[in-house]
Design a protein around this ligand. Structure first.
Ligand code: NAD
Length: 500
């Protein structure tokens, strides 16, 4: 009997009534791990009704008490770190260390949520007019929704529901149908930490189930992380329904290498940032822009990349794992083929990669292209595989122009020994997250995750500090406490009329 991935509705793990299911497989072996259901309309309705009901009481639970739930949750997640890492590694194919990193980055957000009283402080000004004070409170919205991608099945759900729930909201999570096992375990631990019934629900599915959440009048805010076309669709649909929405989408991240950069450090960083996690990271470096003579390190880069090999999650020598699915594998192989047809030079071709003992895995070896031009599809499209494209330019100005003409703006980096070049780059580049001698600058959650341009749709960023603003409303109160004292309302016309 194949394991059925449960829904989590109204405080209970339940088997879906749905007959529509999708296999969940180990991408290194195709072993069937479980089946994930596409929730029925009644199940989605139940999730929303339960979350709505729970909001009535949860919003009034003392803020420090909500913070304590997150403190207990963070402790439990740490206690189960290895176990979660193993589960995540089997479900996604990530190496054990990488999988543990995925969990850890989520734990850091839960720690941030445990600090919620300080983050929810409002503002006050005494005597805005004589005897009148104004102050503001931060209040939760109601039922919030999260739709998450396959590539970080712990970190990204944990970007969302801990902050939203700590603010006093209730939450419905729809994790990726490709690797839903880790999110289930995360919720089991949330229950163990003392989460009250109804504050968190989990449904599974695809477009149909997402549409139910986006079109329902009771859902107030939508957080999405995933690809560009789906992000655009979710942003447009949510905002057309007058919901608050923020969509973190795809990327094509450039790394600029200046001639004065330390070659060994550059090579080590580029290899890890381009093929790590099989390139399935929204902050992967997929384009290396070599300025002037820095291109002389390309042969060294090729040699280092050729030494990295993919393998199973528990293979300590493996640099990274398989791609998530057969479809993703075909797509990446298709791009490698296209790159060759379009005239790029394929210095290293990972198309025919095999791993001994795992003939059915979705393997792609490290792939390196040079002579890439901006018109080529391997430059324009997000490949989401272990593929690095090299472009050579003469000056830093040209490099900045190239990066700024990309429709995406998630992350970028520059390698240089020059403070002047680094300062110029950080100031002029139109990308939200900039690394200086660091390849993947994913900020910790006391900052915000700040993709720009086509990599983000919305105004605030759900991750980290800004998450409180996204998951709350500000209520401003202006009060006259003592009617017997004189009060100058001459500069407040509406008050003047009222008091007359
Ligand atoms: P995806 O867009 O295919 O799926 C994301 C989620 O949307 C899943 O839960 C999926 O079930 C749902 N979905 C899929 N099609 C839908 C549709 N038509 N209507 C409504 N919902 C739909 O993305 P993915 O392949 O799971 O993840 C990889 C993508 O995510 C890459 O593009 C990557 O760059 C991006 N990503 C971005 C960030 C970021 O912070 N900017 C972080 C991680 C991943």
């Amino acid at each position: 009997m194949v394991q059925q991935v449960p829904l989590f509705l109204d405080g209970e793990f339940v088997t879906s009534e749905s007959s529509q299911k999708m296999p969940v497989t180990n991408p290194a072996s195709q072993e069937l791990l479980a089946e994930v259901p596409y929730a029925t309309e009644a199940e989605v309705e139940k999730a929303i009704a339960s979350a709505k009901e729970a909001f009535k009481t949860w919003r009034n639970v003392a803020t420090p008490e909500r913070a304590r739930l997150m403190m207990r949750y963070a402790v439990l997640l740490k206690e189960h770190h290895d176990e979660l890492g193993e589960l995540l590694a089997k479900d996604t194919g990530k190496t054990f260390e990488d999988a543990k990193g995925d969990v850890w980055r989520g734990i850091e957000v839960v720690e941030q949520a445990a600090n919620i009283p300080a983050l929810m402080m409002g503002e006050t000004v005494e005597n805005v007019a004589g005897g009148i004070d104004t102050y503001s409170y931060i209040q939760p919205l109601g039922v919030c929704v999260g739709i998450t991608p396959f590539n970080f099945p712990a970190m990204i759900p944990l970007w969302m529901y801990p902050m939203a729930i700590a603010c006093g909201n209730t939450f419905i999570i729809k994790p990726s149908e490709q690797d839903p096992l880790t999110p289930v375990r995360l919720i089991e631990l949330f229950v163990q930490a003392g989460a009250p019934k109804g504050v968190l629900q989990m449904i599974h599915g695809g477009k149909e189930q997402v549409d139910m959440l986006l079109n329902h009048p009771e859902t107030k805010a939508v957080s999405f992380v995933g690809s560009v076309p789906v992000g655009e669709y979710i942003y447009k649909t949510s905002t057309a329904n007058m919901k608050r929405a923020q969509c973190f989408a795809g990327a094509k991240n450039h790394s600029v290498i200046m001639p004065d950069a330390d070659p060994t450090k550059v090579v080590n960083n580029l290899v890890g940032a381009s093929v790590g996690a099989a390139g399935q990271r929204c902050m992967a470096i997929s384009v290396a822009v070599f300025v002037g003579d820095s291109k002389n390190i390309i042969p060294e880069l090729k040699e280092s990349m050729s030494k990295v090999r993919p393998g199973a999650w528990d293979d300590a020598e493996a640099g990274y794992g398989p791609l998530i699915s057969k479809a993703a594998h075909e797509r990446v192989i298709g791009f490698i083929q296209k790159g060759k047809e379009e005239g790029a030079t394929c210095l290293l071709d990972g198309s025919d990669c095999t791993v001994p003992g795992l003939p059915d895995g979705n393997w792609v070896g490290p792939t390196l292209f040079t002579d890439v031009t901006p018109e080529m599809s391997i430059y324009q499209e997000e490949i989401f595989g272990p593929v690095l494209c090299c472009i050579c330019v003469d000056t830093l100005e040209e490099a900045i122009e190239l990066v700024n003409s990309s429709p995406y703006g998630n992350g970028t980096s520059i390698f240089t020994e020059s403070g002047g070049a680094a300062r110029k780059y950080q100031h002029e580049v139109e990308v939200g997250q900039v690394g200086i001698n660091i390849p993947i600058p994913v900020p910790l959650p006391f900052f915000s995750f700040t993709g720009w341009k086509g990599s983000f749709m919305g105004d605030l960023h759900a991750y980290g500090k800004q998450a409180v603003r996204f998951y709350s409303e500000t209520k401003t109160i202006t009060a006259r406490w003592n009617y017997s004292e004189p009060c100058d309302t001459s500069k407040q016309p509406n008050l003047t009329i009222h008091l007359k």
